[in-house]
Design a protein around this ligand. Structure first.
Ligand code: SF4
Ligand code: SF4
Length: 466
């Protein structure tokens, strides 16, 4: 591996995945075993299981998660957000971004190593298939370097066919998060000609995913990923990352019997931490953008330390200041500021969610019209335009009643039976007793009912004689 040859400061202007003559340096990361690897595997399989099963889970007929951008319909854990809720949805997005920033400030690229789908797909699916077909990393390297034989051709064909099929499956699952599983099944069960555009899109995206997992791989994390590039501005000396304890480890090397005067730190310079690294870097060079905090080097080094009978944790989760002071974590002013902003947004968001009504009603007085005095001279009427959007999971049989005054409402142009996600528009004439209309503008409150259950209140003006 190229990075194994790097010493001193050379690593600063080289990439472990690119050779000196600009070619791709293929990473054959060694399999690792250890505590972190086991936890990461368990957590990763849990996340993957969730990703692949969530589109099948329905609550009250709606999927658990849906991000239908074309129709601007979003469902988060069965709460539906319609275009009318975009403010709420954007607020949730902003709070998520602030959460990610805050989390990164404190814990670096922890997400990348533990929960990022790119890492999970690559490490837990594609690399496993590769190990099954091509063997361990040493065998993989040998196979890559050898000439074309029938066996190599067979293995390559088999591996890449499976890679493409898995990419196709992933793309379909991701698509179901956008259009829903029902629509996806419909597309899959009808002739291709009926959905030519969707089919071409799926094939293009599957090929792009195949390219990423078959060839581009860790370069997504080290070159392309904008989140990775942000680390430089988000992390500081208090950020907890996978770190090499250079105070304890340096000078690196193995004591030699014939040179007992040469004293070394705990790092025996075995380079196991480099061999297991999926991005090919040497963590002993310090925090680097390419490090996805996968903890493979922690496990590798811990097992070396155990073998040489030294304390584990030469590579561990710590901050730069933590390494210097021996203290594990410090809550900085920046962390406090981010946490305060995030808490404020979350409280506001929770309040909005809890007070969110099942319908979104607009009652506006018809433009250019004044009040009408009824022939019996006892009542005054106003004409209103009425819009009701059903944001709930169920059909609502709505009715509008006056809450603040005696009087009655006549709906015209629509019946108020609303299926989920649908809206109705109509007009309504509102009659009030003349004695109750005491000024030119009287505040009037309406209640929107589903059967006999009050689900929303709306206030507007009722105009009358001066
Ligand atoms: S340096 Fe360690 S934690 Fe970072 S990517 Fe490499 S193996 Fe993973
Ligand atoms: S695995 Fe540990 S001992 Fe071996 S080179 Fe890396 S840091 Fe040093």
């Amino acid at each position: 591996m190229e990075s194994e040859k790097l010493h001193g400061e050379e690593y600063r202007d080289s990439l472990a995945t690119i050779t000196k003559d600009g070619k791709r340096a293929w990473i054959f990361a060694k399999k690792v075993r250890g505590k972190f690897y086991n936890f990461r595997q368990l957590f990763g399989y849990f996340v993957l299981t969730f990703l692949f099963t969530a589109p099948f889970i329905k609550i009250e007929g709606e999927p658990l998660l849906l991000f239908n951008l074309p129709e601007r319909k979003f469902i988060l854990f069965s709460v539906i957000f319609w275009p009318q809720d975009s403010f709420l949805f954007y607020l949730m997005m902003v709070s998520s971004i602030i959460f990610v920033v805050l989390f990164t400030v404190m814990f670096g690229r922890l997400f990348c190593g533990w929960a990022c789908p790119q890492t999970l797909f690559l490490e837990l699916i594609f690399r496993r298939i590769e190990w099954l077909i091509d063997g361990n990393p040493t065998e993989q390297k040998k196979l890559k370097q050898q000439g074309w034989t029938f066996l190599k051709l067979f293995k390559r064909t088999l591996k890449h066919s499976i890679f493409w099929a898995v990419s196709f499956l992933i793309v379909n699952v991701l698509l179901s998060y956008i259009i829903g599983m029902d629509k996806l099944f419909q597309i899959a069960s009808e002739p291709i000609a009926a959905h030519r555009g969707s089919f071409i899109g799926i094939v293009i995206f599957s090929s792009a995913f195949y390219f990423i997992y078959a060839w581009f791989r860790e370069q997504v994390c080290t070159i392309m990923c904008p989140y990775g590039r942000l680390q430089g501005v988000l992390t500081d000396n208090n950020t907890i990352t996978v770190s090499y304890d250079y105070f304890r480890g340096e000078p690196r090397g193995m004591e030699k019997k014939d040179k007992p005067e040469q004293k070394f730190g705990d790092c025996v310079d075995c380079k196991e931490c480099i061999r297991v690294c999926p991005t090919g870097i040497d963590i002993r060079n310090g925090s680097q953008l390419e490090c996805i905090n996968c903890t493979a080097c922690i496990d590798a080094c811990n097992s070396v330390m155990t073998k040489v009978k030294k304390p584990t944790g030469l590579i561990r989760y710590s901050s730069e200041n933590g390494l210097k002071t021996g203290k594990s974590f410090k809550f900085t002013t920046r962390n406090i500021a981010y946490t305060t902003v995030l808490t404020g947004i979350l409280v506001f968001l929770t309040t909005l969610l809890l007070t969110r009504t099942e319908t979104e009603t607009t009652i506006l007085r018809a433009r250019g019209l004044t009040y009408q005095t009824q022939p019996d001279d006892n009542q005054i009427s106003n004409l209103y335009n009425l819009t009701i959007v059903n944001k709930s999971h169920r059909t609502i049989n709505a009715s509008v009643r006056i809450l603040s005054h005696k009087g009655n409402v006549q709906i015209h142009g629509t019946d108020l039976s609303l299926e989920t996600g649908k809206s109705i528009e109509g007009t309504m004439i509102v009659f009030l007793e003349k004695a109750d209309v005491k000024s030119e503008r009287t505040k009037i409150e309406f209640g929107i009912y589903d059967g006999d259950v009050l689900i929303e209140k709306r206030t507007t003006d009722f105009i009358g004689p001066n």
